[in-house]
Design a protein around this ligand. Structure first.
Ligand code: ATP
Ligand code: MG
Length: 567
């Protein structure tokens, strides 16, 4: 990671001071010196922002030979589902991280601690650090005050400890309706930090939980459960995003009091914040992504236009490209938008030398080589990995030139500007890996649309011919033999939002997907299609995992080439 990684500095200084050395767990086993956790709520699929957090938490644990727990923060039963759990596990594995530590699974669930958290809360009530409030949520919000207005004590704040304890037990037994009672931490309604004005730590929810089913009808709040879960798992560094900075005093308040109650030992976990990853032209919030799906703007969580891990994966992004992105942006404390281009460049960086090249004509127009006999077939050969110094000489592909070929519509111009060096009437270009051709005439229909382009070829201009330099051309264009072409469907994607810093109300880009009927050189078939390719002069493409079949191949463009001239 980048040298500006301040989290590494913190860990290094903790290691230097031996803060977390020789700690034992409750079974007397020695604990790793560094334990982090990645704590998603299973209320949606993971997105690129979570990938940053995964690379930080799992990445740093790996770097320091520690451990990182995946912990599902499933304290909000309304929104949580098993489907999301599966996506989260798959996404982390796909990004390259192991979900085992010393052969044991390191996947945890906040819901597995419900009983412990309940018992701890009873102790907190007994310690006069929590009480049952009978105000409803609106009253609680109203009396909490604002940045300039102090809060007001609840009339129930000083009720006898025993009374609170009894009510809490009855709450658990399901004696009260949703929202009629709640547990609040007893801190300070006059505190300048609103988060310390007696926050709600338990609420009643008579609702089915995907894991604990109907066992519980009271649930701890995330802000309260989080420090307890961290301490129960012996977390050393609790890394989270900046919006939690205001909650840090409460995080510390919980742990300090549970330490006083001898529930947890020192050294206690500590929270550190870093900035969220926001990408331009897209949304990185599960809640907002869910809206796009609900409104049928996209096909689902794995739509290739979404920045979800499953969408990026289907689009063709590699785990390495996402890692490169996270390394490039580093870890800072300033929230900002990262240019989408950086992600695209990261993929190019990963794939440039790795994937084979082929020629595919995306938007075809017919070209006839008039001086080539009808049935003549000319063998052509091209390196598959021209930029890879090891594979360059080893891996070749073969394809055929015939009288009728497809070229890219945009490689021909009827009215060429001065700087248009590709094909135009009277002009010469090289067909990549093959001969030089000259355009002689064009066929048009009654509506002035071009039906075919006519050319002649120069038989001694082949790329391997000694006379090839006799012909000066400024351009190489890709092409595919009409007779041997493979028909494929290609999907090109554009940003969902034209606005670089979008929100949900912004207009959706109507052209975020373009579906083309294209033609590929025959090589594609030999690979059984199942690879990432560079389509020459176009970009990086991969078969679509949902819609592709051998009979009807479908390819997604991951990203165009950096200097792509095609629209
Ligand atoms: P969302 O707003 O998308 O629902 P969240 O913060 O509620 O995100 P959680 O499931 O609570 O999502 O997140 C799990 C972890 O991932 C948290 O530690 C959170 O800080 C981190 N995280 C979430 N979004 C981002 C992001 N955009 N950049 C970096 N880290 C993120
Ligand atoms: Mg959340």
């Amino acid at each position: 990671m980048k040298s500006n990684n301040f989290l590494k500095k913190i860990i290094n200084s903790n290691l230097f001071s031996k803060k977390f050395i020789n700690r034992l767990d409750n079974k007397g086993k020695i604990l790793p010196k560094i334990i982090t956790r990645f704590p998603p709520e299973p209320n949606g699929y993971l997105h690129i922002g979570h990938a940053k957090s995964i690379f930080i938490n799992f990445g740093l644990a790996k770097l320091y030979k520690g451990k990182c727990n995946l912990r599902f923060d499933d304290t909000n039963p309304e929104k949580e589902k098993k489907e999301y759990i599966l996506d989260i596990i798959n996404s982390i594995k796909w990004l390259g991280f192991n979900l085992k530590y010393k052969k044991k699974k390191n996947i945890f669930y906040a819901s597995d601690y419900f009983k412990k958290i309940y018992n701890i809360t009873k102790k907190l009530i007994l310690f006069n650090k929590a009480y049952i409030d009978e105000q409803n949520i609106k009253e609680i919000q109203k009396t909490r005050g604002t940045l300039i207005k102090k809060g007001i004590n609840s009339p129930w704040r000083n009720r006898p400890i025993e009374e609170s304890l009894n009510l809490f037990k009855k709450m658990r037994k399901g004696k009260y309706k949703n929202g009629s009672l709640c547990v609040r931490a007893k801190i300070d309604m006059l505190n300048s930090n609103i988060n310390l004005r007696d926050p709600v730590i338990y609420r009643i929810r008579h609702i089915y939980h995907y894991k604990t089913k109907n066992k519980w009808c009271i649930y701890p709040t995330y802000i309260y459960a989080h420090p307890i879960e961290d301490a129960l798992e012996y977390i050393t560094h609790s890394f989270c995003t900046l919006e939690f900075a205001d909650q840090r005093p409460f995080y510390n308040w919980v742990l300090k009091n549970l330490y006083k109650l001898k529930i947890f030992k020192k050294p206690l976990p500590k929270q550190y914040e870093f900035s969220r990853l926001n990408l331009t032209h897209t949304l990185t919030s599960k809640r907002k992504l869910k809206q796009l799906i609900k409104q049928n703007i996209v096909s689902g969580w794995d739509d290739p236009r979404l920045p979800t891990i499953s969408g990026l994966r289907r689009r063709g992004y590699t785990p390495k490209s996402i890692k490169i992105l996270c390394e490039k942006i580093g870890i800072t404390k300033n929230n900002s938008f990262i240019e989408y281009k950086i992600l695209e460049n990261s993929l190019r960086e990963d794939l440039e030398h790795k994937v084979p090249r082929i020629m595919v004509v995306l938007k075809p127009i017919k070209l006839i080589i008039d001086n080539l006999e009808k049935d003549k077939i000319i063998n052509c050969i091209a390196p598959s990995y021209p930029k890879n110094h090891i594979l360059y000489k080893k891996k070749y592909r073969k394809f055929l030139l015939t009288k009728n070929i497809w070229i890219e519509k945009e490689d021909f111009s009827e009215n060429p500007s001065k700087d248009f060096f590709r094909l135009s009437l009277g002009n010469k270009v090289r067909l990549k890996y093959s001969y030089i051709i000259k355009c002689t005439k064009i066929d048009k229909d009654n509506n002035n649309n071009i039906l075919a382009i006519h050319c002649i070829y120069y038989p001694n201009s082949n790329i391997n011919n000694l006379n090839k330099n006799k012909y000066k051309v400024k351009s190489n264009i890709h092409w595919v033999s009409k007779k041997f072409a493979i028909k494929i469907e290609v999907r090109l994607f554009n940003h969902l939002f034209k606005n670089p810093k979008p929100n949900l109300n912004d207009k959706i880009n109507k052209n975020s997907i373009e579906i083309l009927k294209s033609y590929s050189e025959i090589t594609l078939k030999k690979t059984k299609f199942k690879k990432i390719f560079q389509f020459e002069r176009q970009g990086y493409f991969i078969y679509d995992k949902i819609n592709h079949t051998i009979e009807n191949p479908v390819f997604n463009r991951i990203v165009p080439l950096k200097n792509n001239i095609f629209k």
